[in-house]
Design a protein around this ligand. Structure first.
Ligand SMILES: *Cc1c(COP(=O)(O)O)cnc(C)c1O
Length: 424
């Protein structure tokens, strides 16, 4: 008789996993307050309060809210005056938005390979990819790992390149006392439903540069440049708070968030540190135990990391310790034991179902440009190996369970290993 749950045996996990997102009376009260206030959007008090609190939380002088973490990346490039023909260095393993933002401003995303132990962009490969056209590097703080940030800052400085941080996966990681979103010129965050800080949809940008903050503020608001970034300013006194004179407008669109989103974010931000602490304890426990299991490799954690945030919790698989069982079969078996979605990492962007810039006519500016943005021309062997052979990830909300629930994950791995013959 089969033992493994995928073959009809009893599963290891009997209970359900924590739901995401977590809400309470605070959210309901604040939403109710916004509803009856009649101020539902456009620089309302909740957005202003959240901007201030989020900037303080990340450790930057300024924060600007926007509709999502896709448009924030595009706005970051526009604020840095990046456009047609400029080359942007982007990791080959990330959500498609990190590369799409480049073609959305008619720039060229140059896809660069990753480090095998962190799945984050490889500084050595960054150096190899720099040309006279390179204007910026976008790094991604991916899953529960971080790129070699100090090395990359040095490369950016030496080559006079802007550094943009896509921190959509990591709200609140602490590296040497600083948080992702505060290392580079501009940080980009997503508050989409699945992320570690969420309002369903939403995004924010962080920066220490006043000129960038002003431009970002204008870009989210149909191009209206703010008179002051001091969010305590009374708008009545400042004629709605925007310059009226010629020369103070940039071309843009409406990328604003609503007061409802800002209200939710204010409450979720209050919950964040406690959630991070809990997830961190469980992740550290799992990673420590993983070291004792042949064929399960925790992701790299740098010694400078004081607190690690996780989007998906990721780890690596070595099939030779599982009688050469393919990782996709292993993921299915693990998922069946745990009643939890177990996923591979992102598809490498040189051949990703959701990153197909050549299908969009407006990117066909000329044949030369079209050729340069063709994802297939980039070789990303480390990304491909991670995706095809190694990657195992699950949503961060599972880390909100208790320590004994983590033992279910460990027991499930052991059980699959013991009964691997059933799967061969
Ligand atoms: C989610 C995500 C984005 C995009 O954010 P949305 O709010 O979904 O538009 C960008 N980059 C990364 C790495 C992400 O995970």
């Amino acid at each position: 008789m089969s033992k493994l749950a995928i073959n009809g045996g009893k599963s290891i996990r009997k209970k359900s996993w924590p739901k995401w997102p977590i809400v309470g009376k605070e959210e309901l009260d604040l939403i109710s307050e916004v509803t009856s206030s009649g101020v539902w959007s456009y620089n309302g008090p909740k957005e202003k309060e959240f901007r201030r609190k989020f900037a303080d939380y990340i450790g930057t002088k300024y924060a600007v809210c926007a509709a999502n973490g896709t448009v924030t990346l595009q706005m970051a490039l526009e604020a840095l005056d990046i456009g047609y023909g400029d080359e942007i260095i982007v990791p080959g393993l990330t959500w498609q938005a990190t590369a799409s933002c480049c073609v959305d401003v008619n720039a060229i995303p140059v896809l660069v390979d990753i480090e095998e132990d962190s799945w984050c962009i490889d500084p050595v490969k960054i150096k190899e990819a720099i040309t006279s056209k390179t204007k910026a590097i976008i790094i991604v703080h991916l899953y529960g790992s971080n790129p070699k940030i100090n090395e990359i800052i040095k490369i950016a400085k030496e080559n006079n390149l802007y550094l943009i941080e896509d921190a959509a996966h990591q709200h609140g990681t602490i590296i040497n006392g600083k948080k992702p979103g505060s290392f580079g010129d501009i940080g980009s965050f997503s508050f989409q439903q699945s992320k570690g800080l969420t309002s369903g949809e939403g995004g924010a940008l962080t920066t220490n540069r006043k000129d960038f903050a002003e431009k970002l503020d204008a870009l989210r608001n149909c191009g209206r440049k703010p008179v002051s970034l001091n969010i305590n300013i009374k708008e009545e006194e400042k004629g709605k708070g925007y310059y009226k004179e010629e020369g103070n407008f940039v071309h843009s669109g409406n990328y604003r968030i609503t007061e409802f989103q800002a209200a939710i974010l204010l409450c979720q931000l209050q919950r964040l540190d406690e959630q991070l602490k809990k997830k961190e304890e469980n992740a550290i426990y799992l990673n420590k135990k993983f070291k004792e299991i042949d064929g399960i490799i925790p992701m790299r954690r740098d010694k400078e990391t004081q607190l690690q945030a996780y989007f998906n919790f990721a780890f690596r698989y070595g099939k030779k310790y599982f009688k050469n069982l393919h990782v996709s079969k292993f993921r299915e078996a693990l998922s069946a034991e745990l009643g939890l979605d177990i996923e591979p990492c992102y598809e490498p962007l040189n051949n990703c179902q959701l990153y197909r810039p050549l299908t969009k006519k407006r990117y066909n500016i000329n044949p030369e440009y079209f050729k340069k943005i063709n994802p297939l021309k980039f070789s990303l062997p480390v990304c491909e190996n991670a995706y095809r052979n190694e990657s195992i990830t699950f949503h961060h909300s599972a880390l909100l369970a208790e320590k004994e629930d983590m033992n279910d994950i460990l027991d499930a791995i052991d059980k699959i290993k013991e009964n691997v013959d059933e799967l061969l």
